[in-house]
Design a binder for this molecule. Structure first.
Ligand code: GCB
Length: 651
């Protein structure tokens, strides 16, 4: 990578606050600007699943070489969407192996003829392993189903007379002990019971392994000398907001950079030059969580302008990044945002809905945020993998605080603690931090959910993983979510906040709500006594079939869900006065899982149905969350009186 004139420390290179990353380049969200264009490729793609016995026919016959329709029959497949639930072929729903997507794109003439234009293909997420060709030429490979990746395709689209290009993406959803999440393929060899070659995919997590192109695919342009990445951290000095920036440039060593910070009215409040610096904003408006302040989620805009001289003439690139000024800190018994105690009253979610599976969908997303705000939820955890970038953007805009979780769910096999697995997990954290580091809504990283953290190698694994994550981003606390016993947990010594899941009177002592208070209080006391760290009840809940009623309550009825929640709340109300800093219900909505005798068409612990209709518990939680909001709201003086943010989401 090149270095700019602003000084070696200033810019460039895969360095984020001093820790060597394996990753090359940035992953800025593609935004339109005077120097950048976008072309969305959502819609219908051609599709074929490779049902051959070894699932490799597509490679043997090189399906990427010619249009997919020439190598066999194709289906219409919507993008973004999971492929599993859109068809009528039962074999496709549970398909394991390679599927092939293809799309022909017509490009604007300037993109194919102007050699000063860089054309980039960006895939928001392809679950799980993806190989990409453009016009039959291999351009990218990516492992991991929840984070974006890109390929510079300029040379390919600018090399011939064609004004169109053919994009082929092969995706494999197989999970192995070394993928994240891990899984195993079980071959059944007993031919008296199973047909020849029979295998199934086993996983150790509780959601359906939907697959396909789950998030937007697009082409975008930049100039050939371009802003590759920006890293922001923020702070406060009395009333002055501090915005530390680093800008990373690619394509030349000779350029100038100007940065300007604009408030919500478009007024410039600070400016600077060079690839690194600190902007000072007198009387800054802080980014506050929803319901913590009258004007939550105040966002400035950091405008970065790059100019360079080339033999062909001047080049400029322009990128605008939303910036929220806020601080995060953790004490022995508090979680602080802008120096004030913050109590998480929120949910755990899934990216999950009828038909589209994990496919990104704007109406669904906006509905979910409207429900969160109705509920009085101020936060959620991205259980159990990173969510779409557009979700994180809405969190920034609405003030919904996020615990950003990696796909490290179901790490229970010894093999999944090997060096190969750890290396991949480290890389995933690098990709996640690179993508989400600038979101003010993200206040903590979660490296995993319910790993077998009592296994011997777990101590080294989590020590390394958490240390690396802190090196990548010293500005945020790090956790992982545990369900193990406080004294057996080998990862807990390394986390900043204890996040603990428990299901009293559901998976244990089922039907006996009378034990909840005692068991929950004991849980909190033991964890706190051992570690003296703030605790979040990161999951609790009960399976509930909407419309099942039983009084006195029985399991699976709406009354039982409410009753169980109420028992938890009694203890949470005591312990939040001491060191409990949050409660996240499991789950926001019902969601699809693998088929099993324990699951009736998926997990039904939602307080909303999968179609986002409330169960009785949603009203109970709504009353509680609004009460908590009114109790914990910050009635600050200085900052409050200066805030003029125009966010409509006041209360
Ligand atoms: C858990 C898991 C979550 C499951 C949930 C349940 O502890 O973290 O993924 O869905 O329990 O309902 O069993």
């Amino acid at each position: 990578m090149a270095r700019g004139p602003a000084g070696a420390a200033a810019v460039l290179g895969p360095l984020l606050w001093g820790c060597a990353l394996a990753l090359q380049g940035g992953m800025l969200y593609p935004r339109e600007s005077p120097s950048r264009e976008r072309k969305e490729l959502d819609g219908l793609w051609s599709f074929r699943a490779d049902f051959s016995d070894n699932r490799r026919q597509g490679f043997e016959q090189q399906w990427y070489r010619t249009p997919l329709r020439e190598s066999g029959p194709t289906l219409d497949m919507p993008v973004p969407s999971s492929f599993n639930d859109v068809g009528q072929d039962g074999r496709l729903r549970g398909f394991v192996g390679w599927v092939w997507y293809e799309r022909e794109v017509t490009l604007p003439q300037r993109w194919t003829q102007d050699l000063g234009t860089r054309v980039v293909l960006r895939i928001g997420s392809a679950h799980y392993y993806a190989i990409v060709w453009v016009n039959g030429v291999h351009v990218a490979e990516h492992e991991g189903g929840h984070l974006p990746f890109e390929a510079d395709v300029s040379k390919l689209v600018q090399s011939g007379p064609l004004s169109s290009c053919r994009i082929t993406i092969a995706i494999n959803n197989t999970l192995t002990p070394h993928t994240l999440p891990p899984g195993t393929i079980l071959y059944q060899k007993d031919t008296s019971k199973y047909p020849k070659g029979y295998f199934v995919q086993n996983t150790h997590f509780d959601f359906f392994n939907y697959a396909g192109l789950h998030r937007p695919v697009l082409l975008y342009t930049t100039p050939t000398i371009y802003i590759d990445d920006i890293t922001i951290t923020t702070g406060m000095d009395q009333n002055t907001g501090l915005v530390n920036y680093k800008v990373f440039v690619q394509g030349s060593e000779h350029f100038q950079l100007e940065v300007r910070l604009l408030d919500e009215e478009g007024k410039v409040v600070a400016q600077g030059t060079g690839g690194q610096g600190q902007l000072q904003v007198p009387s800054a408006y802080l980014w506050w969580p929803y319901l913590m302040h009258e004007h939550p989620a105040y966002l400035y805009s950091l405008e970065v302008r790059l100019t360079a001289q080339t033999a062909a003439g001047p080049v400029s690139d322009f990128y605008a990044l939303p910036v929220g000024i806020r601080t995060v800190a953790v004490t022995e018994n508090q979680f602080l945002i802008n120096g004030k105690p913050f109590y998480f009253h929120g949910v755990n979610k899934h990216e999950d809905a009828d038909i589209r599976g994990k496919g990104f969908d704007w109406p669904l997303l906006v509905k979910d945020f409207n429900l969160l705000r109705w509920l009085g939820a101020n936060s959620f955890r991205t259980s159990h993998y990173p969510y779409a970038e557009e979700v994180m953007q809405l969190c920034d805009r609405y003030g919904i605080v996020v615990i950003d979780e990696s796909p490290g769910v179901g790490i229970v096999l010894t093999q999944s603690y090997s060096n190969v697995s750890l290396q991949h997990h480290l890389e995933v954290m690098e990709e996640l931090v690179r993508r989400d580091k600038n979101h003010p809504a993200v206040v903590m990283w979660s490296v995993a959910n319910e790993p077998a953290s009592y296994l011997k190698p777990a101590g080294y694994y989590f020590k390394t993983l958490i240390a690396h994550t802190k090196d990548l981003d010293p500005s945020r606390p790090v956790t992982f979510v545990t369900n193990s016993n406080y004294e057996a947990d080998l990862g807990a010594p390394y986390v900043d906040v204890i996040c603990v899941n428990s299901y009293y009177s559901w998976y244990h002592d089922y039907g006996h709500m009378e034990v909840i208070q005692l068991q929950l209080a004991t849980q909190f006391e033991k964890w706190y006594r051992t570690y003296q760290k703030p605790i979040i009840q990161s999951e609790y809940g009960a399976e509930t079939i909407a419309g099942f009623h039983q009084d006195p309550p029985l399991m699976f009825s709406e009354e039982y869900q409410k009753g169980l929640l109420e028992q938890y709340h009694l203890v949470l109300d005591q312990k939040r006065k001491e060191y409990v800093v949050g409660e996240l219900i499991w789950n926001f909505a019902d969601f699809m899982t693998d088929q099993s005798p324990q699951r009736a068409m998926g997990n039904k612990k939602g307080i909303f149905t999968r179609q986002r209709q409330p169960k009785g518990a949603a009203f109970l939680l709504r009353e509680r969350y609004w009460k908590l909001a009114n109790e914990t709201r910050y009635h600050g003086s200085a900052v409050k009186s200066q805030c003029v943010g125009n966010s409509p989401f006041t209360f």
